[in-house]
Design a protein around this ligand. Structure first.
Ligand code: ZN
Length: 430
């Protein structure tokens, strides 16, 4: 046990090679711990001569709370000047990365802690700033500086067998709530967010893929995508050898969208207005998009009753059956049977007597049948799809509402990009 008062104090402060000069305790204010480095760095590295003390600035840094109190570290530094008139170094200030990195307002240990709280545990920057007793920008700066070093680490991801491209809404801005989209690149098998690039055009994801090694691109066997021509072109151009897979989640979602369009059209035609609480079609909108096998007997009877009342020509019922038939594509375990099913379905749905939305769905199936059935070839279970959908939710929870793309990207990648948090102690902030 240490009983020397000076050593005890040093132990509590816990910084290497510093003298604790004093502790300032102001009522209601943070605890101020004054320190000075033992190493004085007073020799000019260029000329090898002893430097002159120019001044002794004090730098106040936000540190981790001590015993439940907000704490500031006041670092008494030395600024030296070389006496040689032609010295290229001129003057310099003492630095020690173990205390803090230059220009950072947080001590190194507080910055690493803040980065982990925000990045790994998805705490808000405000909350962490509140705990440290500093402002939002101070914490955000630390998250960006240490976080980028973690996510840019070359070992964060290796070869990827199944690559997914997905558009994600990350913010609505301005008086018209303009939607800003981003594209996320995902390792579908590992459920790892590889990167986020701005926009939902093909430009940024293509550039991202172009920046990877040819060898890395060659190893991508599967490319999963929604039913968008944009990402299809990206895969065609950048990963021509990869088999494209239409993400089942998006295929079923598309069928549901068509069903919804049909319901709204019939609603308008029969009632002459948009859905109201009492309209049968409006009342069944949630039941319609639910999977049939998940409807209770009661709900199923209710759905049929509401359709009978609000859907005189049976268009909505047809669109509903089409949606269920699309879902059935994924009950097939055999790829050849799945193709047969998809082709026959597409053929039936495009028949002239089908509702307009159902025909549109049929055409989409025809256009994407290879990508749809490729899912059966890949033998990827629903697992990866689930992983990715959960990932999207996590990313949104961590990042939704960001107005600044760089912040959004770093926060998403720290939370869902599986950085190696073991490295946090040793990385150099950017
Ligand atoms: Zn010098």
């Amino acid at each position: 046990m240490e009983i020397d008062p000076t050593r005890m104090c040093e132990l509590l402060v816990g910084l290497p090679d510093v003298d604790v000069v004093g502790v300032e305790d102001v009522a209601c204010g943070p605890l101020r711990v004054h320190v000075r480095c033992r190493e004085r760095d007073r020799w000019c590295r260029e000329c090898g001569v002893r430097a002159r003390l120019k001044d002794r600035p004090k730098i106040e840094l936000v540190d981790l709370p001590a015993f439940g109190r907000r704490t500031r570290l006041v670092w008494h530094k030395y600024r030296w000047q070389c006496p040689e008139p032609n010295c290229p170094r001129g003057s310099w200030i003492q630095t020690d990365h173990r205390i803090a990195w230059p220009r950072m307002a947080l001590t190194d240990r507080a910055a690493r802690w803040a980065c982990e709280q925000v990045g790994r545990y998805a705490r808000s920057v405000n909350e962490v700033a509140g705990e440290l007793g500093c402002d939002w920008h101070t914490v955000n700066e630390a998250v960006i500086a240490y976080g980028s070093a973690l996510i840019d680490h070359p070992d964060r991801f290796g070869p990827v067998e199944a690559l997914g491209l997905d558009e994600v809404l990350f913010v609505r801005t301005g008086p018209y709530r303009r939607q800003d989209f981003s594209t996320q690149l995902v390792d579908v098998s590992a459920g790892q967010l590889l990167d986020v690039v701005p926009g939902r055009s093909g430009k940024a994801p293509s550039a991202w893929l172009a920046a990877q090694d040819q060898a890395w691109r060659d190893l991508v066997r599967w490319g999963t995508l929604d039913l968008s021509g944009t990402y299809r072109s990206v895969f065609n151009a950048m990963l021509p050898h990869a088999t494209q897979i239409a993400d089942p989640f998006h295929v079923v979602k598309h069928a549901n969208t068509k069903l919804d369009e049909c319901r709204r059209r019939v609603q308008n035609q029969t009632m002459g207005h948009r859905g109201r609480k009492t309209d049968p079609l409006y009342r069944c909108r949630r039941l319609l998009t639910k999977a049939d096998e998940r409807l209770t007997d009661h709900a199923s009877t209710k759905l049929r009753g509401l359709l009978a009342a609000g859907d005189p020509d049976g268009d909505v019922a047809t669109a509903w059956r089409a949606k269920e038939a699309v879902r059935d594509i994924y009950t097939h375990t055999n790829a050849a049977l799945a193709m047969e099913w998809t082709e026959r379905l597409a053929y039936e749905l495009t028949a002239a007597n089908q509702p307009i939305e159902v025909r549109s769905l049929g055409r989409t199936l025809t256009k994407w049948k290879h990508q749809i059935v490729a899912w059966h070839h890949a033998h990827v279970s629903n697992g990866p799809t689930e992983a990715v959908n959960n990932l999207i939710k996590r990313v949104k929870r961590a990042a939704f509402g960001f107005t600044n793309f760089a912040n959004y990207r770093i926060r998403s990648l720290l939370y869902a990009g599986k950085p190696n948090w073991e490295l946090l102690e040793t990385i150099t902030p950017h």
